[in-house]
Design a binder for this molecule. Structure first.
Ligand code: CP
Length: 308
């Protein structure tokens, strides 16, 4: 049984195979209506549970559409409407769902919840985001970068802002796909040291600087995310904004990168907070390609987990 729990725990060769398949599947359905079935139907007869304990637009819809394109059926479930949200254990929920479904995708808070689900499920489990990581997003982002600029190998990616769960998955990807990362943000919001150590342990350069323009120098891509994540308390908002304003991705920061540097953001965005509208809608931005590629990357992840 093959789970997809994180980029640092999935073999690098498997991650590369998933990217290759995602791009091939995307190419194969170019020009098709969104609801048209794929020519091959590897998920025929499969039931996919999509469980959300946090809000979602992209993850929810891209998994649902992708599974259907491949012939699968889906159930989109809200954690709070299940007994899971009313005291039933994760382990028992995993055992029960495994009797009905062929695969479980879970978006939750604590990483421990995801790991407990995977431990007790007898079907594959996919990480649809936890407070610690967001591996499906970064698989889509690798597809996106490579379709615009070629291999990510030995490139310099710059993360500006909060060293959050998405940043941690970028650091895992740096180690697995072989590129370098520079983080620029306030010290109190530095990235997870274990994710930094993972990338460095794979021989990648990971720099941390408080100077956003110095960070951006020579960047192949500049990446950011919201200043307040879903798991952050609302009371942190004002302090976060004050801390992170110097790290806004604006025209000056983009100009400090390479002329062909891409601007990337997983969305949803708060326009003119973490990035200006001019950058988000500018010629270097690939943010909506990232959203589209959630669909293609996750279809390949579903096939990988199900072995089909
Ligand atoms: N990027 C991302 O995961 O988007 P959603 O929260 O809308 O799923």
């Amino acid at each position: 049984m093959t789970h997809f729990l994180d980029l640092d725990t999935t073999p690098a060769d498997d991650l590369r195979s998933i990217i290759t398949q995602a791009r091939a599947m995307k190419d194969a359905r170019a020009g098709q209506p969104k609801g048209a079935p794929d020519a091959v139907q590897p998920l025929a007869g499969r039931m996919i549970a999509l469980i959300f304990e946090k809000p979602s637009t992209r993850t929810r819809i891209s998994f649902d559409v992708g599974a259907r394109q491949m012939g699968g059926q889906t159930m989109v479930l809200s954690g709070k409407d299940m007994q899971l949200g009313h005291g039933e254990s994760i382990a028992d929920t995993a055992r029960v769902l495994s009797r009905y479904c062929d695969l479980i995708m879970l978006r939750t808070f604590e990483e421990a919840t995801l790991l407990e689900m995977a431990e007790h499920a007898t079907v594959p489990v996919i990480n649809g985001l936890t407070d610690a990581s967001h591996p499906c997003q970064i698989m889509a982002d690798i597809v996106t970068y490579e379709e615009h600029r070629g291999s990510v190998a030995d490139r310099k990616f710059v993360w500006a802002g909060d060293g959050n769960n998405v940043c941690a998955s970028w650091l895992h990807a740096a180690g697995q796909f072989g590129f370098d990362m520079t983080f620029t943000g306030p010290e109190t919001l530095d990235p997870n040291p274990r994710a930094v150590a993972f990338a460095r342990g794979k021989g990648r350069r990971v720099e941390i600087t408080r100077d956003p323009l110095k960070a951006a120098a020579g960047a192949d891509a500049i990446v950011t995310d919201t200043w307040v994540s879903m798991h952050d308390p609302e009371s942190a908002r004002e302090r976060r904004h004050n801390q992170l304003r110097p790290y806004q991705v604006n025209e000056a920061m983009m100009a400090a990168g390479k002329p062909d540097a891409l601007f990337m953001h997983c969305l949803p965005a708060h326009r003119n907070e973490e990035a200006t509208t001019a950058v988000m809608d500018g010629p270097q931005s690939v943010i909506f390609d990232e959203s589209e590629n959630r669909l293609h990357a996750q279809k390949a992840i579903l096939r990988y987990c199900l072995g089909v």
